[in-house]
Ligand binder design. Sequence first.
Ligand SMILES: Cc1cc2nc3c(=O)[nH]c(=O)nc-3n(C[C@H](O)[C@H](O)[C@H](O)COP(=O)(O)O)c2cc1C
Length: 381
Amino acid sequence: MMLRNCHNYHDLRKLAKSRLPGPIFNYIDGGADDEVTMRRNSEAFQTCDLIPNVLTGVKDIDLSVEVMGQKLDLPVYLSPTALQRLFHHQGERATAAAAEKFGTMFGVSSLGTVSMEEIAQQYDTPQVYQFYFHKDRGLNNAMMQRAKESNVNVMMLTVDSITGGNRERDLRTGFSIPFRLNLSGLWQFATRPMWGINYLTHEKFSLPQLDAHIDMGSGASSIGDYFTNMLDPSMNWKDVEEMVKFWDGEFCLKGVMSVEDAKRAVDIGCTGIVISNHGGRQLDGSRSSFDHLAEIVDAVGDQIDVVFDSGVQRGTHVLKALAIGAKAVGLGRYYLFALAAAGQAGVERAMTLLVAEIERDMRLMGCSKISDLNREHVRFR
Ligand SMILES: Cc1cc2nc3c(=O)[nH]c(=O)nc-3n(C[C@H](O)[C@H](O)[C@H](O)COP(=O)(O)O)c2cc1C
């Protein structure tokens, strides 16, 4: 299959699967435990139907939104994800370049493979820095300071990953960083020699956000060790309130699911929350983000920017989340499969397809700007 023959998420996923060694494909594709939440995330959109208006005059479509102080040309952004240079040697550079081209926001992960400083200098588009909370408070402040000096626009603290999710696909293949592959995992790498050639002939793998603080390159520590030894499971609201004050700018919690937590985020001065279950990669059995969105919007939507991710594969999914009241919608696997399939060209193809879908769907819904979408446009079955 060629990139030009990819017309949707499913095609891009198929192409990524044909290019990636099995353990890496499964790291992206998989979820926690029985993957119930992961499946429900996308299925949930099918329980909600769109109700279009006709004859509204929809010649020009404006997809722009403003979220957490950022003016975006699109209501979708590229959510922060780890290890992108493992998926394609261009990694975060491809993601950032595509985000810039489409006038939207993208995230650099704490487990990113290109430094947030380089990305902030090279690409002129709003940048989120995804943060994990460390036991060492000095380290937290030093990392936030680094982000401030790089002019990162939004600080995004991930709060649903106090410990790593149980990704059984990774246990089966032996996927970890550094690689500790079992025989079957090694064989699957051998069947994708082009990936191996690209990996070996490009810049050495590194995790620049963490390299100054933890030695992962020599193989002494793994990402699992990082979660276990360096992150602070005792992180609480007081700690985060201090972080919000220290950051003194747009600050958002990623992975809020309860109304109570959403209200507390407002109380401690956050400017955004992402309703997310990490794409079903953390707590399996947790409610899908879409099933839960309305409850959170009703509780705090007038006090904080409610952003949404998990399970989005289609323009209509985006429209449904916006109609319920999300201010913007985050993409994860949607752009990661495209990245793995063809680097920057892949992410651009994915964004072109999605923008075309959203524009077409907006016309068919009789809406010419994002703020036209509202609850009257959706019904749950
Ligand atoms: C391979 C992969 C790596 C991810 N890495 C991170 C990460 O480092 N930090 C984070 O907060 N979220 C991470 N996420 C979660 C995404 O930011 C996003 O919440 C999720 O992918 C949305 O679900 P979707 O993939 O169904 O769109 C990752 C997701 C995937 C698929």
